[in-house]
Design a protein around this ligand. Structure first.
Ligand SMILES: Cc1cc2nc3c(=O)[nH]c(=O)nc-3n(C[C@H](O)[C@H](O)[C@H](O)COP(=O)(O)OP(=O)(O)OC[C@H]3O[C@@H](n4cnc5c(N)ncnc54)[C@H](O)[C@@H]3O)c2cc1C
Length: 415
């Protein structure tokens, strides 16, 4: 490939969608410039999960799997309990079909590894660049940031749930809405929880995962680093406002109110939680949009900018990564003179799959939150996490190669 054939991709946002699109872009021979509004990369966030469908993308990036193995959660299963303290069922990962390796860990720690990998493979990353506008014509697309114009062949807006890129794609400003739920989230050293008789089962034999279910609430706790770190998230009804931030402090007394009457182990976990580590995250949602691709098909939304997920899908970050892996392939196959076809094919390949994955988040939340708690002990199987082959065994890169030609043929026939 000559330099003039090389596709120049501008990526907006260095979350997992943007970094994956950038790394995969370079892997597939493209030139990538990535603009991120944060002035520096800090280890923000707490627990995040990547299914096997994302795991196999990470595994193609030299050195990443080894680094993840050192920091990721190594629990062997997930114990479900009800809010009264009854053990419901243990979901043993070794007894489930194996669709590939998943990676769960601290979002900030995992993000720093991927960010460094992007630099190592040659992604040109510009921090402190808040994109304020997007533009496109028949020959190029670009963005404005810090008073400068950045132009390329295509722009991928990976700017998260509050995406600015959505305006040019949709032609109007659509505000995110409340999902009706909020999540208290935290991560802290296990400390006294490692010796407390009520909670030490989560710390004494390495990493452990436990989920408590109650009426319209679930509380998931995990230990990592061999039981030394403790993390929990509590999803509960809340439609007070839709501010979403990873740094809005939460109040322990609010958690106590939400979990009043829950079993003593949960109370012990709340008692041990340092208040300065607690985040109150109002869970924003968006209805599916009709398209992720701009009118001239040179700008595409990817990741949360295109399709936010409920955490109960455990797929938001994985689907964001599949977007990046797919679009790198469609651009390679389409070539520089045909990038608009690549973006349309990307959307056609991904749209139905993403919607189906999003719906798993709603069904899991509903089966946990609206369970018949008085009879759950009789049929605990039904609250297990779904681990479906179509979702987890999927290889986004292979799939894109396999279906690209037929997808383009269908798009042309429909045009
Ligand atoms: C700081 C932070 C912490 C998070 N912590 C967790 C967590 O603990 N657990 C969890 O499950 N999920 C967490 N998430 C969300 C999770 O990472 C995403 O839902 C998922 O990985 C999809 O990623 P994304 O890349 O599409 O979006 P995001 O991860 O939201 O990334 C979007 C990126 O775009 C940047 N950006 C936004 N607007 C602009 C702009 N105008 N110009 C330039 N850059 C812009 C943002 O700064 C951000 O880096 C967090 C997200 C962020 C931003």
């Amino acid at each position: 490939m000559t330099v003039t054939d090389q596709i120049h991709i501008i990526v907006v946002g260095a979350g997992f969608a943007g970094l994956t699109a950038a790394i995969e872009g370079v892997r597939h021979g493209h030139k990538v410039t990535l603009l991120e509004s944060f002035p520096e990369v800090k280890a923000l966030g707490d627990i995040i999960s990547f299914g096997a469908n994302a795991g196999r993308i990470f595994q193609r990036w030299p050195g990443v799997e080894k680094q993840f193995d050192e920091i990721c959660i190594q629990s062997k299963g997930l114990l479900f309990k009800d809010y009264r303290g009854n053990n419901l069922i243990y979901q043993d990962w070794d007894k489930e079909p194996f669709y590939g390796k998943n990676f769960n860990g601290h979002r900030g720690e995992m993000h720093q590894i991927i960010y460094q990998h992007a630099i190592d493979v040659g992604v040109d990353i510009k921090l402190g660049c808040r994109v304020v506008d997007y533009f496109e014509d028949d020959k190029e697309a670009g963005v404005i940031a810090n008073g400068m114009r950045y132009t390329g062949d295509v722009v991928l807006a990976a700017d998260g749930v509050r995406s600015k890129g959505r305006e040019i794609v949709l032609g109007y400003e659509d505000k995110p809405k409340s999902s009706g739920y909020a999540i208290f989230r935290t991560w802290f050293p296990s400390g006294e929880l490692a010796t407390n008789p009520l909670t030490k089962f989560m710390c004494e034999n390495g990493d452990y995962h436990c989920g408590w279910l109650g009426p319209d609430i679930h509380f998931l706790a995990a230990t990592t680093k061999g039981g030394k770190d403790f993390s929990w998230v509590c999803t509960h009804k809340d439609d007070a406002d839709i501010e979403e931030s990873w740094s809005t402090p939460g109040k322990i007394e609010d958690v106590r109110k939400v979990l009043e009457g829950w079993e003593p182990a949960v109370q012990a976990i709340i008692d041990a939680t340092p208040s300065d580590y607690l985040v109150d995250w109002k869970l924003v949602y968006r209805d599916p949009v009709p398209t992720w691709v701009s009118p001239k098909a040179r700008i595409a939304l990817i990741g949360d900018a295109a399709h936010p997920f409920l955490p109960t899908s455990i797929q938001g970050a994985s689907q964001a990564m599949e977007d990046g892996a797919t679009i790198a392939v469609t651009l390679e196959l389409a070539g520089k003179s045909n990038v608009t076809q690549a973006l349309r094919a990307f959307e056609a390949i991904r749209y139905g799959r993403v919607r189906a994955a999003q719906l798993t988040g709603e069904s899991t939340r509903d089966k946990w939150h609206k369970a018949d708690f008085d009879n759950l002990l009789n049929s605990p199987e039904k609250i297990k996490l779904p681990r479906e082959e179509w979702l987890l065994a999927h290889d986004a890169e292979k799939h894109a190669y396999a279906v690209y030609e037929e997808t383009v043929a269908k798009l042309n026939a429909a045009a």
